[in-house]
Design a protein around this ligand. Structure first.
Ligand SMILES: [Zn+2]
Length: 305
């Protein structure tokens, strides 16, 4: 009983205060206002309150945007070639395969002119699952946000890591890269996409087209670079379901080819928006996930030790 009460108190505290948060660029996010019923039923409240991982084998469970994570590993706050950012969010947890991916990519980044390594943004919560602020995915410990800001130093204090912002790479609402975009950004994105564990990388359309136009060598990795909204302060890497996660649900592979024509279409639509479709249905409001929306194993993960 005590444990349940403690959990509820913690849940309540988290749901009602301290939710003024910053996104990856440092912009303030408004705290969600939740009813008592929502506090008791919404998966994001319950997973958002978990502060420790479960013990035992690491498993990604469910889908990227409807799942959870058992046996999460924490990325060290500072390593030889990385720093985790926004430590107060408690999102430097992931599947060990993702941790390994980040370390490997950061070692590559450190070979690039002007880059000491990587500033690593949100990964997952200690038990994965939906979050109170930001991100629909990042639930199974297979996603990571990498800042576009080249790390000049890797001795940022905790306070600096809360307050420094990344930098935007876009111009014309994402149709083009701006002057901050460099060959090194492209090299790091290419290295990330070429890792066989990578399923997709999300970045703004102008960056994808810039890479399509600049690539003179092997283009096959471009298939994994997917244009998406936002993603100009950071790019998002999504890994394939790892071995030993039988309940992990992967996604269809991206369409065949390098995807460059589609990305160019997207850019053209940014520059010359088509007239609105009068027959388009009104956007549906997405329903918030409850525990029963997630795989049953996620309830075990949430309650487990
Ligand atoms: Zn992300």
């Amino acid at each position: 009983m005590e444990r349940i009460l403690g959990f509820l108190v913690l849940t309540f505290a988290l749901a009602t205060c301290g939710q003024a948060d910053r996104d990856i660029s440092g912009e303030m996010i408004k705290a969600p206002t939740l009813t008592a019923q929502e506090r008791n039923t919404l998966a994001k409240v319950q997973f958002g309150a978990a502060r420790t991982p479960t013990q035992g084998a690491s498993q990604a469970i469910g889908g990227y945007a409807k799942g959870c994570l058992a046996g999460a590993e924490q990325l060290a706050q500072t390593g030889p070639t990385w720093q985790a950012m926004r430590l107060s969010r408690g999102r430097n947890w992931a599947h060990p395969e993702t941790i390994d991916f980040v370390k490997k990519l950061s070692r590559f980044a450190a070979t690039q002119d002007g880059w000491q390594g990587l500033y690593v943004g949100d990964m997952a919560q200690p038990r994965g699952g939906p979050m109170l602020t930001g991100h629909r995915s990042h639930q199974t410990g297979l996603g990571v946000d990498i800042w576009m800001l080249p790390p000049k130093r890797l001795n940022l204090t905790e306070n600096e890591r809360e307050n420094i912002s990344s930098i935007s790479m876009r111009r014309n609402a994402g149709a083009f890269t701006n002057s901050k975009w460099t060959q090194q950004h492209m090299n790091i994105l290419r290295a990330a996409a070429k890792d066989p564990r990578t399923a997709r990388i999300f970045v703004f359309p102008g960056a994808k087209v810039a890479m399509c136009n600049a690539e003179k060598g092997d283009r096959s990795y471009l298939r994994k670079i997917r244009p998406w909204w936002g993603h100009h302060y950071h790019f998002h890497v999504r890994l394939e379901c790892p071995k030993g996660s039988p309940n992990c649900i992967s996604q269809d592979a991206p369409p065949r080819g390098d995807g460059c024509a589609d990305a160019q279409d997207w850019v053209n639509n940014i520059l010359n928006p088509p007239p609105p479709d009068p027959n388009a249905p009104p956007p549906r409001k997405r329903r918030e996930l409850t525990l029963t929306d997630l795989p049953a194993q996620c309830t075990t993960v949430l309650r487990g030790g």
